[in-house]
Design a protein around this ligand. Structure first.
Ligand code: NAP
Length: 472
């Protein structure tokens, strides 16, 4: 497989002396040695993004949009190669990698359209002979820091919006998965994106690289997707220079099943919401809260569906769940499993993890005393607790510092509206286990983040309003 491994700065591929290995999560083998960007290279990338900004922002929106759609089309034309690379560095099942390439490309094409619609406002004047308008301008060069769980999509949600708005980008991908980002840089180069508009500085030291990007006065905005812990550090550091910040952070999603739910639909939703990317998604159902009258039936149906899921190497035919990303991820799931069992959880399926390949685990009799009630599991472990009624289910669902997404299954229209409004989350899936799409606002409240990605709101974060009063 032909893989880009160097840093991409100012339209050039830069080979560095320091390199870091990227591993296949399935067997730990080394896939590539990637450039480890030092401070001087990061500074070069920032300078390139600053220089390129003046030209890029002046290009007409439709021209920027056309280039974005070309990037999207090229991604789709090469989806087999890109998907195979994603499965290689991330481990996820190949069919999920294909879905991710399509999902990631959709942000580029959708924001490509939005580049033609960055409207301002005409405001009624106070006096005769005056014209008041507000226009939207790009904020400037942006730093983009992404996690390993969706190497393409987490990048394009930011890159599409930034480039459409007229901003330039310096991207720092996760240490585990820099190859997908470099593959997109290579596509951008082929599609004729001007030098310096999109730069990639892979690094094995997120704190140092993030610190360097945040310290630069040339970087006007930082967009970060990752853990709440690192999000807090970024927000603190961004305060120094009053940089604009978008944060897409961790979740602890409740998955509420009410007594009148279509249980087959709830199980189908649960499988998607829990097991996509082997449970390693920010929107993963973390706590199943099931009304007690239907808990037994729901659990039996879920066990039957879970029993059909195949765990294995992501590139093998028929595999649903690839390996966890690394040994730290296994250790986390094992800690949460041990703690829950010690505190009285009942094991209905699966077993204590012994390797990165973790077949689905189902635990019931969950209580708030258990660590997994409060922490993101990030693995294929279903944790079920019963609720007395709708009110109890809502109280339980909101018993978390996070607020990214919540799911509720009920057939009753009034309940759908009532519960969706009562759930403390930036997004709610009603009878729906997968809500993310380019044209809708994705993002959280509480400790799950600041700002939205996707939709017209996602591009607003890369623009600033300028009010112009003219005497005519
Ligand atoms: P992470 O450890 O926070 O890392 C995310 C990125 O931040 C990586 O590129 C990392 O670089 C970098 N980084 C680490 N320390 C940094 C620092 N001090 N300053 C600046 N950057 C720093 O998160 P992860 O383990 O990769 O991803 C999993 C987390 O992401 C989960 O909590 C998940 O819920 C969240 N997530 C949220 C969303 C959302 O949309 N809300 C989507 C996907 C994932 P290195 O790799 O070099 O350390």
């Amino acid at each position: 497989m032909d893989i880009a491994r160097d840093a991409f700065v100012d339209g050039k591929w830069i080979a560095t002396t320091e390199r870091f290995p990227v591993h296949d999560p399935f067997d730990g083998s080394t896939i590539a040695e990637v450039a480890d960007s030092d401070d001087a290279l990061i500074d070069r990338a920032i300078e390139a993004a600053s220089r390129a900004f003046e030209g890029w922002r002046k290009r007409p929106g439709p021209e920027r949009g056309k280039l974005l759609r070309k990037l999207a089309d090229t991604m789709l034309a090469e989806e087999d190669r890109l998907a195979a690379l994603c499965t290689r560095e991330n481990g996820k099942a190949l069919k999920e990698s294909v879905a991710e390439v399509r999902y990631a490309a959709s942000f580029l094409s959708w924001f490509g359209g939005e580049a033609e619609r960055i409207y301002g406002e005409t405001i009624p004047a106070t006096h005769t002979g005056q014209r008041l308008v507000a226009i939207r301008e790009p904020v400037g060069p942006c730093a983009v820091i992404t996690p390993w769980n969706f190497p393409y999509a987490m990048l394009t949600r930011k890159l599409g919006a930034a480039l459409a708005a007229g901003c330039t980008v310096v991207a720092k991908p996760a240490e585990e998965t820099p190859l997908g980002t470099l593959a997109l840089a290579e596509i951008a180069e082929r599609c004729g994106l001007p030098a310096g508009v999109f730069n990639v500085v892979p690094s094995s030291d997120g704190a140092r690289t993030g610190g360097r990007l945040l310290a630069s006065p040339s970087i006007k905005k930082i967009s970060f997707t990752g853990s709440t812990e690192v999000g807090r550090i970024i927000m603190k550091n961004a305060a120094e220079d009053l940089k604009r910040v978008s944060l897409e952070l961790g979740g602890n999603a409740p998955f509420v099943v009410l007594s009148d739910a279509d249980l087959d639909a709830a199980v189908a939703g649960a499988i998607v919401a829990k097991f996509r990317n082997t449970g390693q998604t920010c929107v993963a159902a973390n706590r199943f809260i099931v009304e007690q009258t239907i808990a037994e039936t729901f659990t039996q149906k879920l066990l039957a569906a879970v029993g059909k899921l195949v765990t294995g190497r992501g590139s093998d035919d028929g595999v649903d769940l690839g390996p966890l990303i690394n040994d730290d991820a296994v250790a986390k799931v094992t800690r949460l499993f041990d703690d829950a069992i010690e505190k009285g959880a009942k094991l209905l399926a699966g077993a204590r993890p012994t390797s990165r390949l973790v077949p689905p685990i189902v635990l019931t009799d969950i209580t708030p005393a258990m660590q997994l009630w409060h922490e993101e599991i990030f693995g294929p472990l279903v944790a079920i607790r019963t609720a007395l009624n709708e009110t109890d289910a809502i109280i339980q669902a909101n018993d978390t510092e996070f607020g990214l997404i919540a799911y509720v299954f009920t057939r009753d229209g009034a309940r759908q509206a009532r519960v969706a409004e009562a759930l403390e989350a930036g997004m709610v899936g009603v009878n729906e286990g997968l809500v993310s799409t380019a044209q809708a606002p994705f993002g959280g409240i509480k400790h799950s983040g600041v700002g939205r990605e996707g939709s017209r709101h996602g591009i607003e974060d890369y623009t600033q309003l300028k009010y112009i009063a003219t005497r005519i």
